[in-house]
Design a protein around this ligand. Structure first.
Ligand code: 1GP
Length: 254
């Protein structure tokens, strides 16, 4: 089994280096916007391309991965909304369990159904404890997952859930208010979760400015994921990546 991408994430956390990932949802891109996004992602030294969505309305999943892989070398990490979202042409997959919810299908059911295809896929499998945090509005992920998010100000619940994830053997913790959320995860929640676990911490949902991305890194996020705002304005990729990478550099100089 491959571990390259995860090793890179772990090493970065240990070294205080911050990583920037864009999220590409195959339902939300056109051929033109996909190429423009890839172009900005390359210029910005984007670390990862997370790829997937809560729904698959169009039949563009495999084709988008082909396009991304033929235009750049940025690792493609599937961020799956369902077991239909597996493609061996990607580099890795976040093997997600929705730890904040109490829906058995998303805690273990889908994972069992996906296991045989994943075993044979050749993908790097990165088990990820996924925590959905209330971001002020109902997002597709909260509706589709049929779960209650962790309340925005309940840092203690987030910490205990992340601890459980770490002790159960997950390799990453992902704090997410969901795509297009009104609010990001709070900086105080990020700080508390990050300082209480030793796993790389991904933070996403509602991040729409470079300063918010940087502030979440300062708070303890290791990897920032941005989708909706760069769908609207792909050039934001450059300023956001720069802001995220600068946090790691300034910390090293301290
Ligand atoms: C959602 O974390 C991702 O799962 C990204 O969220 O689309 O709001 O940037 P946005």
């Amino acid at each position: 089994m491959k571990h390259t991408i995860y090793q890179d994430m772990q090493a970065a956390r240990l070294a205080g280096i911050k990583k920037f990932s864009i999220l590409i949802d195959p339902d939300k891109v056109t051929p033109e916007s996909l190429l423009l996004t890839i172009d900005y992602a390359v210029k910005a030294n984007t670390d990862y391309i997370f790829f997937g969505g809560s729904l698959l309305v169009n039949d563009a999943f495999a084709e988008c991965i082909d396009v991304i892989k033929s235009y750049c070398n940025i690792p493609v990490v599937i961020f799956p909304g369902s077991i239909l979202q597996i493609d061996p042409k990607a580099d890795a997959i976040l093997y997600l369990s929705l730890l904040s919810g109490r829906n058995p299908e998303l805690l273990i059911g889908q994972q069992v159904a996906a296991a045989p295809a994943l075993r044979n896929s050749g993908l790097e499998i990165i088990s990820t404890g996924y925590l959905l945090i209330d971001g002020g509005n109902a997002t597709t992920v909260s509706y589709i997952s049929n779960t209650l998010p962790i309340p925005h100000d309940k840092n203690d619940i987030a910490v205990c859930t992340a601890w459980a994830g770490e002790m159960l053997g997950f390799k990453l913790i992902y704090l997410d208010t969901g795509s297009g959320a009104m609010k990001t995860v709070s900086e105080s929640m990020v700080t508390q979760v990050s300082s209480n676990i030793s796993l790389p911490l991904i933070v996403g949902g509602g991040i729409n400015t470079a300063s918010k991305a940087a502030a979440l890194c300062e708070a303890g996020a290791d990897i920032i994921v941005v989708g909706s705002s760069i769908e609207k304005e792909p050039s934001l990729i450059v300023s956001m990546a720069e802001a995220v990478h600068a946090v790691g550099i300034s910390r090293k100089q301290l």
